[in-house]
Ligand binder design. Structure first.
Ligand code: DLZ
Length: 166
C-alpha cells in the first residue's frame, strides 16, 4: 500500500508481481538525454530485477516528449508488448512550451492507453529546472524510472488477473 512516497525508488519488493511472462515496451524521449537515459536505465534494471526477460523488453526513442504519445501508439500497434513505459523530461523555460507539452503528453498517453486497453505509464519529469530533474533521475529523490517500471508490472498483472474473470 502506498501512502506518501519520500523517494521515487522506494517500493515494497514483496508486492511486485514477477514479470517473467510480461512483455514491456519503453519509449524514451531524446530531449534532455542525460536525464531520460538515467530514467531509462532505472526502469530497465527494475524490470529485469523483477523477472522480465531482456528479450521481452523493447526500447525505442522519439525526438521529444511531445512525440511520446505517438511513439507509444506505434509500440502498441506494431508490437505485442503488454504495456509501455513512456519516459521524458520537460524543463520549464521562458516560454509557454512547457505547458503545451505537459498537457499534450498527459492527455495523449491517457488516450493511447484507453484506446489500446493497455497500460501506458506516465514517466515524465516536469520540473522547474535541471537540478530538480537530476534529483529525480537517480539523485536525492530517487529515480522516477524505477517508479515507472514498478507501476507497469503492477498494471500488467492487474489486467492479466481481471481478464481471466471473463
Ligand atoms: C521544443 C521542446 C522544448 C522547448 N523543450 C522540451 C523539453 O524540455 N523536453 C522535451 O522532451 N522536449 C522539448 N521540446 C521538444 C518537443 O517535445 C518536440 O519534440 C518538438 O516540439 C517537436 O514536436
Amino acid at each position: 500500500m502506498i501512502t506518501k512516497k519520500v523517494n521515487l525508488s522506494d517500493y515494497n519488493a514483496e508486492e511486485i508481481p514477477n514479470g517473467e511472462d510480461f512483455k514491456i515496451g519503453i519509449v524514451c524521449a531524446e530531449w534532455n538525454a542525460e536525464i531520460t537515459n538515467a530514467l531509462l536505465e532505472g526502469a530497465y534494471d527494475t524490470l529485469v530485477a523483477h523477472g522480465v526477460k531482456e528479450s521481452n523488453i523493447k526500447v525505442e526513442h522519439v525526438p521529444g516528449s511531445y512525440e511520446l504519445s505517438t511513439g507509444s501508439d506505434f509500440m502498441l500497434t506494431y508490437t505485442n508488448v503488454d504495456a509501455v513505459i513512456a519516459i521524458g523530461c520537460v524543463i520549464q523555460g521562458d516560454t509557454r512550451h512547457f505547458d503545451f507539452i505537459c498537457e499534450a503528453v498527459s492527455q495523449g498517453l491517457t488516450n493511447v492507453s484507453i484506446n489500446h486497453h493497455k497500460p501506458v505509464i506516465f514517466t515524465l519529469l516536469t520540473t522547474n529546472d535541471m537540478q530538480q530533474a537530476l534529483d529525480r533521475c537517480g539523485g536525492k529523490h530517487g529515480n522516477k524510472g524505477v517508479e515507472g517500471a514498478v507501476t507497469a508490472l503492477k498494471m500488467v498483472a492487474l489486467k492479466k488477473k481481471l481478464s481471466k474473470l471473463i
